[in-house]
Design a protein around this ligand. Structure first.
Ligand code: SAM
Length: 224
C-alpha cells in the first residue's frame, strides 16, 4: 500500500497505532504487513532516538520515565526473574532492579525483542546481561525457561491476535505461580481490554498525565 492510501504515514503515537490497526482490521493490509510496518518503525525510531528514554519509546527525561513506568514495580510482590517482553534498549530491565529493591524485592532482569538490532544495542549498553537477551516474536517465541514475572504490551500482536498473545505468554512463558504484567502505554486502559477478553486480572496500577488523562495502564494476571 503506497501514497495517500497509507493514512498512518506522518502520524505518531496513539493516532499512528489506531490508523494502522484500523487498516489491518479492515483488511487493507495483511497481518504480515502490519508487523513489518510497526516493527520497522519502532526499530528505526528507537535506534535514532537522541536519549536513552527515547530508545525505549518514552518521550521526555528520566523524571517522566519514572513517572510513567515505575508503577510496573507494583506488580512485583516477591523475589524472582523478570522478563521484559519488548525490551528495546533494555532501560526497563535496568530500571526495574532498583524499583523492585525499593519494595524489598530482588529481581533478575531478562529481555526479549523482535528486533535483532535493538537487542544488539541493548547488549552493547548492558554487556553484563548480554546472555540474558533474546531475539524473537513474543507470539511464537519458545522460551528456554519460564520466568516469575513477565511484562508485555498486548499491542505487540496485530489486532485480533492480542488476546491469544496474552494467554500464550501467561501459559507458556510465565512460571507457575508467577505473574504476567500487561501494559498499555499512551492512553489506553488495559483493564478494560482484559475484561473484554474475559481474562481476569489480580491487580492494576495507573499513571496519569498532569491533565488527568491516563498515561500508562498496567494490570497483572496470576499464572496458575
Ligand atoms: C514501547 S517499547 C517497550 C520498551 C520497554 N520494555 C518499556 O516497557 O518501556 C516496545 C518494544 O517492543 C518490541 N516488540 C514489538 N512487538 C514485539 C513482539 N511481537 N515480540 C517481541 N518484541 C516486540 C519493539 O521492537 C520495541 O522495542
Amino acid at each position: 500500500m503506497n501514497g495517500p492510501s497509507r493514512p498512518w504515514d506522518g502520524l505518531t503515537g496513539m493516532a499512528y497505532s489506531e490508523a494502522i490497526d484500523r487498516a489491518a482490521v479492515c483488511g487493507q493490509i495483511t497481518e504480515q504487513q502490519w508487523q513489518q510496518e510497526v516493527w520497522s518503525l519502532l526499530e528505526r525510531s528507537y535506534l535514532a532516538a537522541p536519549s536513552v528514554y527515547g530508545g525505549s519509546g518514552s518521550g521526555g527525561d528520566g523524571q517522566a520515565w519514572e513517572r510513567k513506568r515505575r508503577a510496573i514495580a507494583d506488580a512485583v510482590h516477591r523475589d524472582g526473574d523478570f522478563l521484559d517482553v519488548g525490551c528495546a534498549n533494555g532501560l526497563l530491565m535496568e530500571s526495574i532492579v532498583p524499583w523492585a529493591a525499593a519494595r524489598g524485592y530482588t529481581v533478575a532482569p531478562y529481555g526479549l525483542d523482535v528486533s535483532a538490532a535493538l537487542i544488539q544495542h541493548a547488549a552493547e549498553r548492558l554487556p553484563a546481561w548480554a546472555d540474558r537477551l533474546f531475539v524473537g516474536d513474543a507470539a511464537v517465541w519458545h522460551p528456554p525457561r519460564r520466568f516469575d514475572f513477565v511484562r508485555t504490551e498486548a499491542v505487540y500482536a496485530p489486532p485480533g491476535r492480542r488476546r491469544a498473545l496474552v494467554l500464550r505468554l501467561l501459559h507458556e512463558v510465565v512460571a507457575p505461580g508467577g505473574r504476567l504484567i500487561v501494559c498499555a502505554y499512551g492512553g489506553g486502559d488495559i483493564t478494560r481490554e482484559l475484561s473484554g477478553w474475559d481474562i481476569p486480572y489480580a491487580g492494576c496500577a495507573t499513571t496519569y498525565r498532569d491533565d488527568g488523562r491516563i498515561w500508562n495502564s498496567i494490570a497483572w494476571i496470576e499464572a496458575p
